[in-house]
Each structure stands twice: as C-alpha cells, then as structure tokens.
Design a protein around this ligand. Structure first.
Ligand code: NAD
Ligand code: 6OD
Length: 486
C-alpha cells in the first residue's frame, strides 16, 4: 500500500505518534494509500522548520532568485504533469478531461503568475515637511508576514493549495500546508517537486490530518503561525476564526456559497443553457462557484427547464479515464449521504423533481463509488432549506421571475455572497444587475472565466478578504513604514 508521509524540513517522515488514516478513491470506494496523521508535536516541528527557513536561506535569498525558483516549481509540475493528474484523479475521481484542462495547469500557472507579480507592485513614498526645512522621507517596505498556515479543501486540491502557496512564497513567507484529509496526494507530490528544484528546506512543509483535535486545529493554534489562509466551509471558517483570535492572526477566508444564476429572456439561449450546465454540474457540483439557484425570466422558463433536464440526463458517470465520462462521483460516501439527505428533504419540502434525485446504477468496479444523479428541482418556496443551504452537489433549483428587481431581490436573499452569473444580451442590463448583486464576483454571459490578476473572494458569509493578483501579495505581506529625517 502506498504511503503518504508528512514533509517537514525537506524530509518525508512518519508521525512521532505512528498514527495514520486511509486515503479512499471515491470512484471505487477502495483504499489507495495510507496517510500519516500529524500530531501537535509534528505541526510544531513543521512550524519551527518554517521559522528557521524564514530567518535563514529563504529570508536572505535575493528576490529574483526566489522568484526564479518559483518558476522552476511551475516547470516541475509540468514535467510531472501525468503524475499530478493521476494523483488528483485517484483522490477525487474527477474526469481526466477536467483535471487535464483545469486542475493541473492551474497548479503550474499559479506559480508563474505570482512569480511575475511579486516584482511589479509599488509602495508608498512621501516627502514630509519638517520645521528645520530639511524634511523627511517616509517610504514603505513590503515585508513577509512570517509562517503562513495553508488549510485546504478537497474539491480542487492542487489548484486551491497552489493558489495560496504560490503568492505566500512569492511574498517571502514560508508555509505549513494542511491538505484536506480526503485529498492528500498532490500536496505530497508537490513536496517532491519543491525539493527537486531546490526550494530550501523548511520553506514548504506538509502536515496531513483532520481539523478539530488534529493537524488543522494545531496549526491554527500554533503561536509561530502568523497568518491562516483557508478555503472551506463557512462554519469551519468560524471555528478557525475563534481559535485564531487569541493570537490575532491575519485571516483570509474563501468560504461557502449558494450562488445564483439569472437568465433573462433576451439571453443567447444555447449559450445560457450550456453555461448553466457547466455552472451547476462541473466537478459534480463541487466547486464553490457552482450555481445552486437558477432564476429564469418567465417567458423562457419551461423551455429552459426542459433544455437543462436534457443536458443533465446526458451527463455520463463512470471511469474518469474514459473520454465519454462527463461527471465524476462526490468526494466520499459521507458527502454522498449529505447530498442524498437534501434530495430527500427537497421532496418533503414540496419540490417537483425534474430529473435525478437518487443514485445511478453503476456496474463493478464503480458500484461502491460515491455517485449521485444530477438533479433539478422546481416549485420550492424561496424559504425552503434546499434553496437556502449550500449542498455542494450536482443539483439546482429553478425558479421563474417576472422583473429584474424581483430576480435581484431573490438572488440577494441569502446569507452567502460568493458569485453570480447573469445571462443577457443587453450589456447595460448585465452591468446594472451586476452592480446590485451582493457577491464578490459576477460573471456576465460566462462562468468561471478566470484572470488570475483579479480580486477573488466573497462577501457576507462567503469569506473575508480577496486573493488574486496584487490582492494576494497584499494579504501575504505587511507594510513597514520607514521615516528618514534628512
Ligand atoms: P471543510 O471546511 O470541511 O474543510 C476544509 C479544510 O479545513 C480541511 O483541510 C479540514 O481538515 C480543515 N478543517 C476542518 N475543521 C477545522 C478546524 N476546526 N481547524 C482547522 N482546520 C479545519 O471544507 P471541505 O468540505 O473540504 O470543502 C467544501 C467546502 O469548501 C464548501 O463549503 C465549499 O463551498 C467551500 N469552498 C469554498 C471556496 C471558495 O473559494 N469560496 C473554494 C472551494 C471550496
Ligand atoms: O480559480 C480560483 O482561483 C479559485 N480560487 C477557485 C475556487 C473555486 C472553488 O471551489
């Protein structure tokens, strides 16, 4: 059985406690690796290694050299593309086509963009008057925060981990990464790349484990960790915030969502349908940006529901390596139980099930996989739990609307505010609506079209802060003002 170990100070190791847990392939339900579980003592060793690197080789390395090494990390991911692909697919079960076009290329791209960006931002400089007429110069330096704790989810493991690790390292910090317990493989593989390309010992450390009473909590509570960057569920974010409060750590949170898609009657019908199919069912609905609430202007409603139903029924679950497979499983049996409980609840809440609502029949070796049917509901009141709560599965509720104001009001009637998609050929309306939507991101006539320089993050319960471009560098650094009397 393959073993995934901790990576501390450039060494792979088991835990001092000897504890471990299984890594399960969600396509077959089979164990694919045994993962070392870090204790608080292991986390402490990782943080100490990161502190040493910060004050040693990484902290003193010329910036151009540091950024050149990060470009080599990108090259290293690309050189081992097929290994990253296999590891990500084995952990998540996502179709090869998706991992090939999104997850692994973004792992490399994240290092390149932040290596480029970290050189090119300006800081403040003021000439200050003084009584003696000689004046003073005030200028600001951007300095690293210190050791950054990176806590990751399972849905886009390499993409979301490198989205944080790359800017943190580019800004001169060192990191201790806690991958999701469901998807430990690519963070471990990245450790090999880091070592191969010459990233100094202690700069990148990986501690596997769970959240409460395990590696995640130990990392948040460690006094040597100055910032926590976290992507995951909103209630986990709250727990982390509570634990980080005592030491007043910097926090960046990308949290849950219940994202709306609004389709106006003047939308390009085929593009709106295709875009909504992507936004509801990509990665089996396990993207924080997925649309779970779809609002369609009444003249288009019946036709749109029918078109989405046909598209959902064409999605084919199965072997991730089969080019015909277009939808993978959920991440685990536990998550499948959660999603299926919403499928049941929707019926109790009065939903009309347009398609799906159960589990597909799968043959061996996929019969024990965590597959569920893509599902569409209509007819629920806006107060229904299935319309209010994040489900994180391949499912949406479609609701008709009559006016722009009504659509905006329904879209905003949620505690979340991550993103929205608006479909209309009237770009004035697209802009007007986008301005009124209470979300951090709005896509007009597209979905998940990314430019890594742009601010990414949510409002309300969907997050704190923005990452992306200069915003990441701002989070992963602090300003030190220096006043020189002339
Ligand atoms: P999760 O919150 O259950 O776990 C995320 C990570 O936090 C895991 O590594 C877990 O071990 C760790 N963790 C759990 N409890 C902890 C604690 N008390 N202290 C420290 N660490 C702890 O999330 P998940 O199930 O892995 O991911 C799905 C969720 O993530 C969804 O809610 C989704 O919307 C959200 N998400 C948001 C974004 C975004 O950009 N806003 C992106 C991806 C996923
Ligand atoms: O594309 C990104 O940079 C990003 N943070 C995506 C988040 C997806 C959530 O599941």
């Amino acid at each position: 059985m393959k073993k995934l170990q901790l990576f501390i100070n450039n060494e792979f190791s088991d835990s001092q406690s000897g504890k471990s847990f299984p890594d399960i392939n969600p396509v077959t339900g089979e164990q694919i690796a045994e993962v070392t579980e870090a204790t608080a003592a292991d986390v402490d060793a990782a943080v100490r290694a990161a502190e040493q690197a910060l004050h040693g080789p990484w902290g003193t390395m010329p910036v151009t050299e540091r950024l050149a090494l990060l470009r080599k990390v990108a090259d290293g991911i690309e050189a081992r593309f097929d290994e990253f692909l296999a590891a990500e697919i084995a952990d998540t079960g996502k179709p090869r086509s998706l991992a090939c076009s999104v997850d692994i290329p973004r792992g490399a791209a994240n290092f390149r963009i932040f290596a480029d960006l970290a050189r090119s931002f300006a800081t403040d400089c003021f000439e200050t008057d003084t009584d003696d007429g000689e004046g003073a110069l005030n200028y600001a330096l951007r300095v690293p925060i210190g050791v950054v704790g990176v806590i990751c989810p399972w849905n886009l493991p390499l993409l979301l981990m490198t989205w944080k690790v790359a800017p943190a390292l580019a800004a001169g910090n060192t990191v201790v990464v806690k991958p999701s317990e469901e998807t430990p493989a690519t963070a471990t593989l990245l450790a090999e790349v880091m070592r191969e390309v010459g990233i100094p010992a202690g700069v990148y450390n990986v501690v596997h484990g769970f959240g409460p009473d395990s590696a995640g909590e130990a990392l948040v509570q460690h006094p040597g960790v100055r910032a926590i960057t976290f992507t995951g569920e909103t209630r986990t974010g709250s727990a982390i915030m509570r634990n980080a409060a005592a030491q007043v750590k910097h926090l960046s949170f990308e949290l849950g969502g219940k994202n709306p898609a609004i389709i106006f009657a003047d939308a390009d019908f085929d593009k709106a349908v295709a875009g909504t199919v992507r936004s509801v069912f990509s990665n089996c609905g396990q993207v924080c940006l997925c649309s779970e609430r779809v609002y369609v202007e009444r003249p288009l409603f019946e036709r749109f529901v029918e078109a989405l139903k046909l598209a959902a029924e064409k999605l084919k679950p199965g072997d991730p390596y089969d080019p015909d497979t277009t939808i993978g499983p959920l991440i685990s049996q536990a998550h499948r139980d959660k999603v299926l409980s919403y499928y049941q609840l929707a019926r109790a809440e009065g939903a009309q099930v347009i398609t799906g609502g159960g589990v597909p029949e799968m043959e061996a070796p996929f019969a024990n996989g965590s597959f569920v049917q893509p599902t569409i509901w209509t007819g629920l009141p806006e107060s229904a739990r299935c319309v209010k709560e994040e489900i994180f599965g391949p499912v949406c509720h479609i609701q008709p609307f009559d006016t722009e104001e009504e659509a905006i009001a329904m879209a905003n009637a949620t505690e979340y505010g991550l993103c929205a998609a608006v479909w209309t050929q009237n770009l004035s309306r697209g802009h007007r609506v986008a301005k009124k939507l209470e979300t951090g991101i709005v896509w007009v006539n597209t979905w998940f079209l990314r430019d890594l320089r742009t601010p990414f993050g949510g409002v309300k319960m969907s997050g704190i802060g923005r990452e992306g471009g200069i915003h990441s560098i701002q989070f992963y650094s602090e300003m030190r003002n220096i006043c020189v009397k002339l």
